[in-house]
Ligand binder design. Structure first.
Ligand code: HEM
Length: 420
C-alpha cells in the first residue's frame, strides 16, 4: 500500500499492514496520520489498539496496574499446532519473569538484573567495550584493505553488544554467532510474521537456546559471580528459591534484550552519522557528540518501535473507551516524533533540550534497566568507528538496505561501507 498523497479525512482511516514494506521502510507518514487522525486506533488485522501520541503512550506506561505487561512476549503470529508441539515437547515455557511480569515477583527479579547494569557496572564496562570495538575494527580495516568494502552491521554493530554482554554476565560455553542466531530467531518467532514452515525452523532454534539455558541453570556449573549465579541465590517474596523455569525465562529475555536491540541501535546511529553531512568526522573529535547523536537516534529511530500492554479492566485512553483485556500497541517510534513534544521532529538535532523525554526505553516500573549500557555502548561504538575509519562512506548500493521489520523491532540489516 502506498502512502496517500492527499488525505481524505472524511474516509475511515486505512492504516497499512504493520509488517508491510511501505510501513517498515518509512513509517513516519503513517505515524503522523495516526497521531493526528486516530490516536487510539483499532487495527483490524492484529486486533491491537495502536496508541500513538507521546502523552498517551506515557500515560499507559505509567499505570502498570491498569495496563498490564502480561502480553509483552506473546507471539503476534499464532503458533500452529506443529510448532506448539515442538515447543511443548522441549519443555519450553516463558512464565512471568521481567518484561511480562506484573506479579509481586517482578521487583526482586528486576533488582537482580539491574545490579548487573547499574552505573558502576557500566563505568567498569567502558574499557571492555573499547577493547572489543578496537578488535572488531581491526578486522573491519583488514577486510576493507583486502576487498574494498565491509558490512559494518554483521562485522561490528551486531557482534559488539553480544560480546560485551557475554563478558558482563559471565556467559560461557557458547559462541557469539550462535547466541546472535538464537536471539534473532526468538525475535522473529514471537514478534514477526513468519510462514508456518519458517516458524518450525525458528522453533527449533528457540528450543536449542532454551535447552542450553536450562542445562546451564540446572547443572549449576556457572560461577557465583555470573548472572545465573546471582539468580540461583535469589529468593522469591515468599522466601522460596527461584524455580528453574523462571530463572531460564529471566535469562532468555535478558540475553535477547541485552544484545539484539543494542546492535540495531548501533547500526542505525552509524548509518545516520555516515549520511548526515559533516557528522561522521565530528563524532570522532567533538566531545559528547557521539552521545548526543545516539540520543537523537533513540528519539527519531529507536530499535524497539512498539511495546505491548493489556488492560486489566475497562478504561479509557484519550477519551476512547477500551474493554477489559484490550491488547494495546504503544507506538514508541511515533511518540519520539510527536511535534507537540519535539518540534521539527524529522530533523536530527544533537543536544535537543528535551531529548531525554523520548520513550525509546519505556517508562515507569518496567523501564529498560539496560538503557545506560545501551547508550554507552552505542556512543563508544560510533566514536571508535568514526576515528578508525575517517574516510568511510556508505556504498551506493547500501542506500536502501534490507530491513528488519518485526512488530516491535525495526532496523537496517546492512551498512556496507567503502573507504577510498
Ligand atoms: C537500544 C537498546 C535497548 C532498547 C531500545 C530497549 C528498550 C526496552 C523497552 C522499550 C523495554 C520495555 C519497557 C517498558 O515496558 O516500560 C525494555 C525492557 C527491558 N530491557 Fe531493554 N532496551 C535496550 C537494551 C537493553 C539492554 C542492553 C539490556 C540489558 C543488558 C536490556 C534489558 C531489559 C530488561 C531486563 C527489560 C525488562 C525490564 C522490566 O520489565 O522490569 N535492554 N527495554
Amino acid at each position: 500500500m502506498n502512502f496517500p498523497g492527499r488525505l481524505d479525512i472524511s474516509a475511515p482511516i486505512e492504516f497499512p499492514d504493520l509488517f508491510g514494506d511501505s510501513f517498515i521502510r518509512n513509517p513516519y507518514p503513517w505515524l503522523d496520520l495516526l497521531r493526528s487522525e486516530s490516536p487510539v486506533h483499532h487495527d483490524p488485522v492484529t486486533g491491537l489498539w495502536l496508541v500513538s501520541r507521546h502523552r498517551d503512550v506515557r500515560q499507559v506506561l505509567l499505570a502498570p496496574d491498569l495496563f498490564l505487561p502480561d502480553n509483552a512476549q506473546h507471539a503476534i503470529t499464532a503458533l500452529p499446532v506443529s510448532v506448539l508441539r515442538v515447543l511443548v515437547r522441549a519443555g519450553f515455557t516463558l512464565p512471568p519473569a521481567l518484561a511480562n511480569n506484573g506479579t509481586p515477583s517482578h521487583p526482586g527479579l528486576r533488582r537482580v538484573a539491574t545490579r548487573f547494569f547499574n552505573a558502576q557496572r557500566v563505568a567498569e564496562a567502558v574499557p571492555v567495550i573499547e577493547r572489543i570495538a578496537t578488535e572488531l575494527l581491526a578486522d573491519v580495516k583488514s577486510q576493507l584493505a583486502a576487498t574494498g568494502s565491509c558490512d559494518l552491521f554483521t562485522s561490528y554493530a551486531q557482534v559488539l553488544p553480544c560480546r560485551v554482554l557475554m563478558e558482563l554476565l559471565g556467559i560461557h560455553g557458547v559462541d557469539p554467532t550462535t547466541l546472535i542466531r538464537w536471539s534473532d530467531a526468538s525475535l522473529e518467532l514471537f514478534w514477526g510474521r513468519p510462514s508456518p514452515e519458517r516458524q518450525l525452523e525458528l522453533a527449533e532454534l528457540v528450543v536449542a537456546f532454551h535447552q542450553w539455558l536450562t542445562e546451564t541453570v540446572r547443572t549449576g556449573w556457572v560461577s557465583s559471580e555470573s548472572f545465573m549465579g546471582a539468580l540461583s541465590r535469589h529468593r522469591l517474596p515468599d522466601g522460596a528459591p527461584l524455580d528453574a523455569e523462571t530463572a531460564v525465562a529471566v535469562c532468555f529475555f535478558v540475553f535477547v534484550a541485552g544484545q539484539s536491540t543494542t546492535g540495531q541501535l548501533i547500526v542505525t546511529a552509524l548509518r545516520r552519522a555516515l549520511v548526515d553531512p559533516g557528522i561522521w568526522p565530528r563524532t570522532a573529535s567533538e566531545a559528547g557528540l557521539a552521545e548526543a547523536w545516539v540520543e537523537e537516534t533513540l528519539r527519531r529511530e529507536p530499535p524497539v518501535t512498539t511495546w505491548r500492554r493489556v488492560t486489566a479492566r475497562p478504561t479509557e485512553v484519550d477519551g476512547n473507551e477500551l474493554p477489559a483485556g484490550a491488547r494495546i500497541l504503544l507506538m514508541l517510534l511515533g511518540s519520539g516524533s510527536d511535534p507537540k513534544v519535539f518540534p521539527d521532529p524529522e530533523r536530527m538535532c544533537p543536544n535537543r533540550a528535551n531529548v531525554r523525554h523520548h520513550l525509546a526505553f519505556g517508562a515507569g516500573r518496567h523501564r529498560c534497566p539496560g538503557a545506560s549500557l545501551a547508550r554507552t555502548e552505542a556512543a563508544l561504538a560510533l566514536r571508535a568507528a568514526a576515528r578508525a575509519l575517517p574516510d568511510a562512506r556508505l556504498s551506493a548500493e547500501a542506500a536502501a538496505p534490507p530491513m528488519l521489520g518485526l512488530l516491535s523491532f525495526r532496523a537496517p540489516l546492512e551498512a556496507a561501507i567503502e573507504q577510498p
